[in-house]
Design a protein around this ligand. Structure first.
Ligand SMILES: Cc1cc2nc3c(=O)[nH]c(=O)nc-3n(C[C@H](O)[C@H](O)[C@H](O)COP(=O)(O)OP(=O)(O)OC[C@H]3O[C@@H](n4cnc5c(N)ncnc54)[C@H](O)[C@@H]3O)c2cc1C
Ligand code: SF4
Ligand code: SF4
Ligand code: SF4
Ligand code: FES
Length: 678
């Protein structure tokens, strides 16, 4: 029989009789995605993801089963066809329930693959854990100590218990291997980037540029690098020697040079950097203290400057601040209070809302209380005066909570006639920070940050910006994430390609608060031990020295803790075709809302997990078992929406299935899978 001549995307193709459009397209290199198609079995044609268009009739055809007709013109790649594929995928996803990624990983602002490094820690392989961590966290010793633990807030072990102590895996892995660890580095490619500010954002940008072969030169105003890690966060939370050890790694990598004592606007200008370097990244943080807007404010110390001053000296030589009032409710306020306490001060924090509204981390408020810091909640400062004896008087008023403001927190309302005075030797204002927007740069709408769209500064082609100076005061891990993104943006700029943040499709079972214990899926027996608790140094030592609050846990303790992890992500995430195509086609998992089939995950088999909620009902497994293996252990049960792949009478797969596993191998999603993870 003679060949069938037809066209795909305007190109003439000769197809053999019986050949499908999909097969002919593959031969000329036109890629068409498939999901239910499997060459080993008879066609199922159930997903429609392989759809193409017959241009003459306007009909859409499943290319995996449709054979071409002579003279036919097939559109396999237009936006219209891609839209149809996206719709087909969206409909499948609308019935789909699972967790492509673990909630801890999704909650990490840097998207460190938490589940994977926790698993490495469980297996006692802390070097591997560090390798995984460093893919997204270039300062793990610091983050392992000061991170607010976004991942733990979303950990599924919160259901009926306490989250896995994830950050301690990071801390231990980094502490164990930092001296010897070195990444595989590419040769330098001759491109040079200037970075202003050697805080977490600037250092992270330098790190990821180096991983791409780009050298960087960091210009830092202070005598040492580290930004707020060095001059904001006090020694008892992050020892300076630990930070120095961590920062030394950047020097060892080669291709990263830190020039300290270099202030932009004084020692050099941005224009000079623009001229001398291929690109510039601003990572200058938020170093200006916000004003309390009260009379006599000039008699108060500015929180971050006060902390920076102490951090620049040996704490043993710093004076006792005496009766100290710290105004504010954030991390800076708590750090000022705990620092003043350690220097011998009698410390009170004045905050205008209640403890519930405090932006500071709860654990730090608890620790401060334990150490003896006193709190005056629902109290606002009104004026500061200096007494004849040199002491200070802070006039205050009591507040009550009113309606929520723009931040969502209930705003404080003054109680008339409630004025009173607090006496002090030192008053520290720690109510917030903002960025000094450099001259010639546009400010954000609020006016407190540099305006940067996708990390590029408005009106400056080769200047990028990242970290607190763009986001406003945030956290170390967020600054690291921003530094990485800015670096990737710069690399694209240097290569002359437009930067596009990659899209990763993800479905989620939902936040742990919306789930019950029965919703948790176990692929192995996990430890039911309580979460590990740190062993603090004695309280007296805490109150009188800047010694670190508690030592790093031992490898045995951390492995035991990691054994509490349920390993929430889908076993099939690395080779799931539904995820792969949905990522490629930018599918929004919430595009169509509809009922989802509800069915318990079958984990009865020792080695195979059958999650019917992830099944796209392609029928592949049923045909593989009957047509190839000749067993017919699986079948399509029920009708319509309730159709489901199941075993006879739902008795589960027999043990001997482990010898074959053909259905597991061919299932295009994680619906039938091995109960094991790498
Ligand atoms: C007291 C305090 C406690 C904190 N506690 C925590 C915590 O527990 N956990 C947490 O995750 N985050 C915490 N943070 C926030 C965190 O430290 C910051 O979000 C993070 O450091 C921001 O990183 P960055 O690189 O954007 O800015 P920064 O760390 O501020 O670094 C900016 C760098 O730019 C330099 N620079 C500024 N202007 C110039 C100039 N003109 N020329 C040259 N160099 C310049 C600065 O000296 C600095 O080194 C805390 C912050 C403070 C102030
Ligand atoms: S089966 Fe695929 S799409 Fe579904 S949760 Fe698993 S990886 Fe994600
Ligand atoms: S149980 Fe493990 S995988 Fe699940 S959210 Fe917690 S740390 Fe992540
Ligand atoms: S379980 Fe069977 S029907 Fe369901 S997606 Fe996997 S192969 Fe297809
Ligand atoms: S209908 Fe063709 S791959 Fe599913």
């Amino acid at each position: 029989m003679s060949d069938i001549i037809f066209k795909i995307d305007g190109r003439e193709v000769a197809a053999q009789p019986g050949e499908t459009i999909l097969q002919a397209a593959a031969r000329i290199g036109v890629e068409i995605p498939t999901l239910c198609y499997n060459q080993k079995i008879s066609r199922t044609t159930s997903c429609f993801v392989c759809v193409v268009k017959d241009c003459k009739t306007g009909k859409f055809l499943p290319s995996c089963s449709a054979c071409p007709a002579p003279g036919q013109e097939i559109d396999a790649s237009s936006d219209e066809v891609k839209d149809m594929r996206r719709t087909a995928l969206s409909l499948l996803v609308s019935e789909h329930t699972g967790d492509c990624e673990a909630p801890c990983t999704l909650a990490c602002p840097a998207h460190a693959t938490v589940e994977e490094y926790v698993r490495a820690g469980r297996n006692g392989d802390f070097k591997k854990a560090l390798e995984i961590i460093k893919q997204r966290i270039p300062l793990p010793m610091s983050v392992g100590r000061v991170c607010p633990r976004f991942c733990e807030r979303d950990c599924r072990r919160n259901i009926g218990g306490k989250p896995v102590s994830i950050n301690d895996v990071k801390r231990l892995s980094a502490d164990m291997y930092y001296d010897t660890y070195m990444e595989d580095l590419p040769a330098l490619n001759g491109k040079r980037v200037a970075i202003v500010g050697a805080g977490p954002a600037g250092l992270s940008a330098a790190y990821y540029l180096r991983l791409q072969g780009v050298s960087s030169f960091l210009f830092e105003q202070m005598p040492e690098a580290g930004g707020m890690l060095r001059y904001g966060i006090p020694e008892f939370r992050l020892p300076k020697d630990t930070l120095r050890k961590e920062l030394a790694h950047f020097g060892k990598m080669g291709g990263i040079e830190i020039r300290t004592g270099q202030t932009m606007g004084k020692d050099f200008t941005i224009e000079q950097l623009e001229q001398d370097f291929d690109a510039v990244i601003l990572a200058v943080g938020s170093w200006a203290s916000s004003s309390m807007r009260i009379d006599g404010e000039e008699a108060a110390q500015k929180g971050i400057q006060w902390l920076g001053d102490i951090a620049g000296k040996n704490w043993k030589n710093c004076p006792n601040p005496g009766r100290t009032i710290v105004v504010g409710g954030g991390n800076t306020a708590i750090d000022c209070a705990r620092t003043a306490l350690r220097l011998g001060g009698d410390v009170t924090i004045v905050y205008r809302r209640t403890r519930n509204e405090m932006p500071a981390q709860a654990i730090e408020v608890d620790e401060a209380m334990e150490e003896g810091v006193k709190f005056e909640f629902l109290t606002a400062p009104a004026a500061l005066t200096k007494n004849a004896d040199g002491s200070l008087a802070l006039s205050c008023a009591r507040m009550q909570l009113g309606e929520p403001d723009a931040s969502g927190r209930r705003s404080p309302v003054l109680i008339p006639g409630s004025e009173f005075k607090l006496l002090a030797d030192t008053v520290i204002s720690a109510i917030g920070q903002r960025t000094v927007v450099p001259e010639g740069f546009a400010a954000s709408k609020r006016g407190f940050e540099i305006s940067a769209d996708d990390f590029t500064c408005s009106g400056r082609k080769k200047v990028f910006a990242a970290g607190d100076c763009v986001s406003g005061p945030a956290t170390v891990v967020e600054a690291l994430a921003a530094g990485r993104k800015a670096a990737l943006s710069v690399v694209d700029f240097l290569n002359g390609v437009p930067h596009k943040a990659p899209f990763e499709f993800n479905v989620s079972r939902g936040h742990w608060r919306s789930l019950a214990k029965e919703d948790l899926v176990y692929i192995r027996q996990v430890s039911d031990a309580e979460r590990i608790q740190p062993e603090y140094i004695p309280l007296e030592e805490r109150k009188t020295t800047f010694h670190e609050l508690y030592p790093t846990f031992t490898p045995e303790q951390v492995s035991g803790e990691a054994d509490r992890c349920i390993e929430c992500s889908c076993t099939g995430k690395h080779d799931c075709l539904l995820k792969k195509h949905s990522t490629a086609y930018g599918v929004n998992p919430d595009a169509y809302k509809g009922a989802k089939p509800i069915s318990a995950v079958d984990v009865r088999h020792k080695y195979i997990i059958h999650d019917k909620q992830k099944c796209i009902r392609c029928g592949t497994c049923v045909k593989v078992c009957s047509e190839i293996i000749n067993k017919s252990l699986l079948g399509m049960m029920k009708r319509g929406f309730h159709t489901m792949v199941d075993t006879t009478f739902g008795q589960g797969l027999p043990d001997y299935c482990v010898d074959c596993g053909a259905c597991v191998k061919e299932c295009p999603t994680g619906a039938l899978d091995w109960k094991k993870k790498e």
